[in-house]
Design a binder for this molecule. Structure first.
Ligand code: ARG
Ligand code: ZN
Length: 871
């Protein structure tokens, strides 16, 4: 057990820095084992006279420190493991600090590190302090000039933020480059890359007519795999001009792909660094989901140029200010590039899967947290995805035009600043005149509200009274909650299927067919008049709030909405609710709901109208989504019931699935566009049902699907079906895939992942065997996530009753903690739901968590998540 319990940092303790740092000049002498960093910083006191200079630093060797050119003696400063304090400094001075670091030994992948011979950085959130001593906090904004010196043969490409000022050759086979970024930025946006890289080049003309060079750097040979990212970037730049009036500001925009990266990607000013998993794509190596992900992440990082770089965060409690907003922006972009309805479905699915789970468990926290031990643990789906939902609600409440006015005001008012969530909300109030006092609770209160609707139809008066009640359960540290301001978008559908007008009592004209009710009290009743027939309420359309919408409806009502709701999102939602209800009933012994099974008929008949949408209609709620609806999760029963429902649907519609599968077979050249991807998604959805029996015939079909595939999407669909089966066909296909892609790390990750997510009884054993595969590497986050991360998302096998899945993951996170604590702590989230299982499983999971907490030398990252889970 650690004795030095890491202490928490609180929002209420925020204090402005004591100094400004208008300029920083960094001089790097790159060497994998001993890189020297000479930093020169101009400091100007802004705080209390006589306050000492206190700088962050971590894992640094201090070589020298000087003030105004005078070297300091060791008794003129104090050095602690994570701080450098100089008690006596003037009000204005130049500080020179020389440090030495070992990028090759940096397995945490934070700060400057090497990956496959490439030097690269990751400074968000607190990696810059692993490069030099500095005010490593987002409210200290400086203009950076960076000089890089390195061996020219090994590192021909030398990059940093901003514009290239100078480059040249030096003696001893070395060369150098000098970069300058004129935009003041916090240290977390600093970046440096050096290596032997290929480049894909393009350019764009901005809205004001400036030409911007675009460069994507990748390993030699991978240039063609960057074309989709480049295309996405150009579309994103254009979209941001149109949708938000945001123009790019430097003359060059660069992206670098690296193979060892803790997260998805990073928005360093002018020099985004990407996990290659979200950058590289070709038809032979990337699935349609990969393409969509790349488009989204390229846009996300680019959009940060304004929502993050030009306007940054005052402190890390404001993280959602840039992340929630930027997610909202990238979701809007993807929706415009593809199908709005399908994108919304996918986003809501992901939100429910991760954020709702987080909000319901021991790690629940508000969009604006009040405290943290390690900020890296707060790059959560609450900060990102719920943060985006909160902005979506603002937009719903104020309307599209006022929303744009508010964001325009935000960008102009706070350009160049380190802002707060409060600044953001204020812009909405000032631009729209609305009082958002109650709305602010969305940033402060954790948890997913429940909105329960009940209606009463008065046939004689033709009125319909709809009562909405909201409730929010306690979350850690928040025993009591206040009622929220919740936009509830709804419509009413008649028995015939027609949309009914929504005229509220007191309206002087017939109302629209859809409207947004504002729920602000614990309970409110809305009376609609002129309602010609008893309506079915279609509530929470397009998921108008990150809430759980509950309304008493029969299976017949749901299947009616599934077919007739004018809002396609809610047609999908009705189908999900119907399927989930059916599965829960089957777990108590019921037969598959015949109404749900029959309702798939019309879905198949209309499937060709919108294929991507139909594929979503055909995808049943995931096992973990069903678990969310249970008081005590029974993973075996959930799996069995879900499979049984799939088989019942398959049996009832065999002919239609067959016909669809045949009709959609693809002969055209591959294109990653949304329509083509939708076609593949629908055909692969049909394959899921056609192979539902998991028998010999199913294996044959899946194997044929795999063999005849002309792109990675279809190969993976075939393999995913085979992964469920114990059959020679499955072994053959997996062996073939392995041999064909052994040299392609990103594709091999899929091979690992598909085996880890298999429902087969021997999955734990196979994952253990795969951990001994020569390609498995604890130091590569993508590989660990592909195998262990995927396995811990395998609800059936991770939660194996004998605890074997828990031990496997527990052992890995404890070992990984010493290598890469950030990734390890994130993976520990696998145990987040432990209290939702039966006592036997709870005891087994608890034992893993306790063993972890007792691990000598445990990181504060891991300490924080595990102690919170046990609290
Ligand atoms: N800002 C990056 C992005 O969302 C992610 C950085 C993650 N950093 C971290 N320490 N977790 O685009
Ligand atoms: Zn981001």
């Amino acid at each position: 057990m650690r004795t030095d319990e890491p202490h928490a940092i609180h929002l209420k303790d925020y204090r402005a820095p004591d100094f400004r740092v208008p300029e920083v000049a960094l001089d790097f002498f790159l060497d994998p084992q001993a890189t020297r960093v000479a930093a020169r910083m101009r400091m100007v006191r802004t705080g209390a006279a006589g306050a000492p200079l206190v700088l962050n630093g971590e894992a640094l060797k201090l070589v020298s420190v000087a003030i105004d050119g005078h070297p300091l003696k060791p008794d003129q400063y104090t050095l602690e493991p994570e701080l450098l304090t100089i008690p006596d400094v003037p009000d204005k001075f130049i500080l020179d600090v020389v440090t030495e670091i070992a990028p090759a030994d940096n397995t945490l992948l934070s700060g400057l590190y090497t990956a496959k011979g490439l030097f690269c950085t990751q400074c968000e959130a607190e990696g810059f302090r692993r490069i030099t001593y500095f005010f490593d906090r987002p409210d200290v904004l400086a203009v950076y000039t960076t000089r890089i010196e390195a061996d020219k043969k090994l590192y021909p490409v030398l990059l940093s933020n901003g514009n290239l000022m100078e480059k040249g050759d030096l003696a001893n086979g070395k060369h150098f480059a000098v970069w300058n970024d004129p935009f003041p930025k916090p240290s977390y946006l600093f970046a440096l890359v050096a290596g032997d890289l290929g480049v894909l080049e393009d350019s764009i003309v901005t809205m004001s007519g400036r030409t911007v060079d675009l460069k994507i750097f990748v390993e030699h040979g991978n240039e063609p795999r960057a074309t989709y990212a480049m295309d996405s970037l150009k579309r994103a730049m254009k979209w941001d001009e149109e949708a938000y009036g945001r123009e790019y500001d430097l003359d060059i925009f660069m992206i670098v792909a690296v193979s060892a990266f803790n997260f998805g990607a990073m928005e360093n000013k002018g020099l985004n660094i990407f996990n290659d998993r979200v950058l590289l794509a070709s038809p032979e190596t990337a699935t349609d989901d990969d393409y969509a992900r790349i488009e989204g992440v390229v846009a996300h990082e680019y959009f940060h140029n304004w929502s993050g770089d030009r306007i940054t965060c005052r402190d890390w409690f404001q993280l959602s200010l840039k992340e929630g907003f930027t997610v909202f922006r990238d979701q809007g972009f993807s929706a415009d590039m593809r199908s709005k309805a399908v994108k919304r479905i996918e986003d809501v699915r992901a939100l429910r899967l991760r954020q709702f789970q987080e909000d319901a468990g021991p790690l629940a926290h508000p969009v604006q947290p009040q405290s943290y031990i390690t900020i890296d643990n707060f790059y959560t789906s609450t900060i990102y995805e719920k943060g985006a939902e909160v902005i979506g609600m603002l937009k719903t409440l104020v309307g599209d035009e006022a929303y744009r006015k508010a964001t325009d005001l935000y960008f102009s008012r706070h350009d160049g600043q380190a802002a707060t969530v409060e600044d953001w909300v204020k812009c909405f109030e000032d631009a729209t005149g609305r009082d958002l006092a109650q709305f602010r609770l969305w940033y402060r209160q954790a948890g997913t509200p429940t909105i329960t609707a009940s209606g009463h139809y008065d046939a004689a008066k033709k009125t319909y009274a709809l009562t909405l009640a909201q409730a929010l359960k306690p979350t850690p540290g928040q025993p009591e909650k206040l009622p929220m301001h919740i936009p509830v978008r709804l419509g009413m559908v008649g028995k015939s299927g027609r949309a009914l007008p929504l005229t509220l009592e007191g309206d002087n004209a017939p109302g629209p067919e859809e409207r947004v009710l504002e729920l602000t009290a614990p309970q409110q009743t809305f009376v609609f008049t002129g309602v010609e027939e008893e309506p079915l309420v279609s509530m929470g359309r397009r998921f108008s709030a990150p809430a759980e919408f509950r309304i008493e409806q029969s299976a017949a009502d749901r299947t009616h909405l599934m077919a007739h709701d004018p809002d396609s999102f809610n047609r999908w939602e009705a189908g999900q609710t119907a399927a989930r209800t059916a599965i829960l009933a089957m777990m108590k012994g019921a037969a598959p709901d015949p109404l749900y099974v029959a309702a798939i008929g019309p879905v198949l008949e209309r499937a060709l109208d919108d294929m991507a949408f139909a594929a979503n209609m055909l995808s049943l709620p995931l096992e973990s989504e069903i678990a969310m609806a249970m008081d005590v999760v029974d993973p075996d029963a959930i799996h069995a019931a879900r499979v049984a429902l799939i088989r019942a649907v398959a049996a009832a519609h065999r002919g239609a699935f067959d016909a669809l599968y045949g009709k959609l077979s693809d002969t055209a050249a591959f294109s990653p566009d949304a329509a083509s991807a939708g076609k593949r998604a629908l055909r692969n959805a049909a394959l899921r049902f056609l192979t539902a029996a998991d028998d010999g015939a199913a294996a044959d079909l899946a194997a044929r699907h795999y063999r005849t595939a002309t792109n990675m999407t279809d190969m993976v669909a075939g393999l995913a079906a085979l992964a469920r089966m114990t059959s020679p066909e499955a072994d053959k296909a997996f062996a073939h895939f392995h041999d064909r892609f052994a040299k392609n790390a990103l594709v091999l990750d899929k091979w690992f992942g598909l085996q880890a997510t298999s429902p087969r009884a021997d999955t734990v054993e196979r994952v253990k065997a795969l951990m001994k595969d020569s390609h498995y590497d604890l130091k590569n986050p993508n590989r660990v996530r592909a195998l262990i991360g995927a396995f811990s998302g395998n609800q059936l096998r991770f939660h194996a009753a004998d605890g074997s899945g828990y031990t496997l993951v527990g052992d890995v996170i404890r070992q990984l903690d010493g290598v890469n604590a950030m990734v390890a702590a994130r993976m520990a989230g696998a145990f987040e739901t432990w209290r939702r299982f039966d006592p036997a499983r709870q005891a087994l999971m608890r034992a893993e968590l306790e063993a972890t907490l007792k691990t000598p030398g445990l990181s504060s990252n891991m300490f924080e998540v595990v102690s919170k889970m046990l609290a």
